[in-house]
Structures are given as structure tokens and as C-alpha cells.
Design a protein. Structure first.
Length: 94
């Protein structure tokens, strides 16, 4: 399959700019999307063990910093793209 984006982190950051989030949240969100999408299909050998990406991210900031909006933008792309069943974005609404 041909690559559709030559700069996923930059493309995702530009996509999510209308959400007005700090770029750091968006950059880590894009990296998380990549590791989620490849799952255990990509890895490397380290001391004889297969090492695969496995990331959990937790954007930390004060109220109103845009954490929920950044997570919403991440989920908006990754869930339909990878047919994922993720935990609820809000613990309150779970």
C-alpha cells in the first residue's frame, strides 16, 4: 500500500489546529496514533526478545488547556481507521 502521508505528525497537527490545542498534545497524539495503528505488526529484536510499540499517553495540564479536544481529534481518526474499540474518553460518562 502506498504511503498517503510523508509527515504524519505534521499532517495531524495541521488537521487538529482548529481545535486550538498546544502542539505538544497534538504531536504526542500523532505518535500514539502511529503506534496504535501498527500494533504488534512492527517491532525489533532486542536481546533476543521482540520489542513492539505499546504507548499509553496522558496529557497533563490545567483546566481549559485543550486535553479533551486533543484526545477527541486523536480518536476521530484512529477509531474508524483501525476499527478499534477504545475505552471511553470520559471516565465520568463511562
Amino acid at each position: 500500500m502506498p504511503r498517503k502521508s510523508k509527515d504524519w505528525v505534521g499532517d495531524f497537527t495541521r488537521f487538529a489546529q482548529p481545535f486550538n490545542n498546544p502542539n505538544l498534545f497534538l504531536e504526542w497524539g500523532a505518535i500514539w496514533q502511529l503506534t496504535t495503528a501498527v500494533g504488534r505488526q512492527v517491532g525489533t529484536k532486542l536481546r533476543g526478545q521482540l520489542l513492539t510499540p505499546n504507548m499509553f499517553i496522558a496529557p497533563l495540564a490545567g483546566a481549559g488547556a485543550g486535553k479533551s479536544q486533543a484526545i477527541s481529534a486523536m480518536r476521530q481518526i484512529i477509531i474508524p481507521a483501525c476499527n478499534l474499540n477504545l475505552i471511553p474518553a470520559s471516565v465520568t460518562r463511562a
